[in-house]
Design a protein around this ligand. Structure first.
Ligand code: HH2
Length: 285
């Protein structure tokens, strides 16, 4: 596969990325989720129509999102995803992504495919979000390095194993991803780590990953958490995906208290409000 190289690949060497600028604000950064898919686990089909997707992006921007995370393939944390060919994934994104970029917020591309990432970066995306932590598509690390953009490295497993020490597994996975990234020439300051709530984990392991999130700060890299509407919430307090806002907020507040720098959420207004109130309470001590 031949992937076009950017014209000025490392011209950003001495400039801060838009993500680095957000992280320097010293408050949690909110990433709004935009799924241009028919089968996402919580909102599949709602934003497959380009006009509906662009409206949703606009709404999330108005509600205070700092980053918009757009995906054209469901990662289906709980299995059952239909693999989407590259052309189909790009065809879903093509009528939406340029309009989302035009809103002026940094856009991340949620894909595990190098070709889709290269296409999205050429179309103005500024961050790559890989739910396989650079370990699925062997070309993805090079695309990220060539464009000198930040990458979200998420922990994942083909299947959950309740018998393993999930924190040790996450740490070992990150170590492998960091090695791949270093070999490809990705700058360490461009890497964000994400324990991958709901991915290859039992609900109990997802809870453990949130409870022990602080341990992952030993990598010295920003941490992203995406607990929004995920199934572990249902295990604790039964509710369908669109009724899990309370659980999502509880998990995200706990994550920020443990050092998470970025929160990935579907319900942007409520998430921004919860984070602001939690911060105000902290500073009123
Ligand atoms: N979760 C989902 C998708 N992408 N990326 C990161 N970095 N972290 C996450 O926790 C994460 C992610 C699953 O949520 P959603 O996008 O709503 O569902 P689907 O993958 O079914 O479209």
């Amino acid at each position: 596969m031949t992937l076009a190289r950017p014209i000025a690949g490392s011209a950003r060497d001495h400039k801060q990325s838009p993500l680095a600028r957000l992280l320097a604000l010293g408050r949690p950064v909110v990433m709004g989720v935009l799924n241009v898919t028919p089968d996402s686990f919580s909102d599949g089909g709602r934003f497959l129509d380009p006009a509906a997707a662009i409206d949703q992006a606009r709404r999330m921007a108005a509600e205070g999102a700092d980053i918009l995370d757009i995906g054209g393939e469901s990662t289906r944390p709980y299995g059952g995803a239909v693999a989407v060919p590259t052309e189909e994934e790009i065809a879903r994104l093509a009528p939406v992504l340029p309009a989302v970029v035009a809103l002026g917020l940094p856009v991340s591309i949620d894909t595990m495919k190098a070709e889709v990432a290269a296409w999205a970066l050429a179309a103005g995306a500024a961050i790559v979000n890989d739910v396989w932590g650079l370990q699925r598509d062997g070309d993805l690390a090079r695309v990220v390095a060539d464009h000198a953009v930040p990458v979200i490295v998420m922990h994942n497993r083909a299947a959950a194993d309740p018998a393993i020490d999930i924190m040790a597994d996450i740490a070992a996975f990150f170590a492998r991803s960091l090695e791949i990234a270093a070999r490809a020439g990705i700058a360490r300051h461009d890497i964000v780590l994400d324990p991958g709530i709901g991915f290859g984990k039992t609900p109990e392991q997802s809870l453990t990953a949130i409870a022990r999130l602080g341990e992952l700060t030993s990598f010295g890299l920003p941490i992203l958490l995406g607990a929004s509407r995920k199934r572990f919430i249902d295990k604790v307090s039964p509710a369908p995906p669109d009724r899990r806002l309370g659980g999502s907020l509880a998990a995200h507040l706990a994550a920020v208290a443990s050092g998470a720098a970025i929160i990935r959420a579907h319900d942007v207004a409520e998430t921004v409000q919860a984070l602001r109130v939690a911060a105000a309470i902290r500073s009123a001590r």
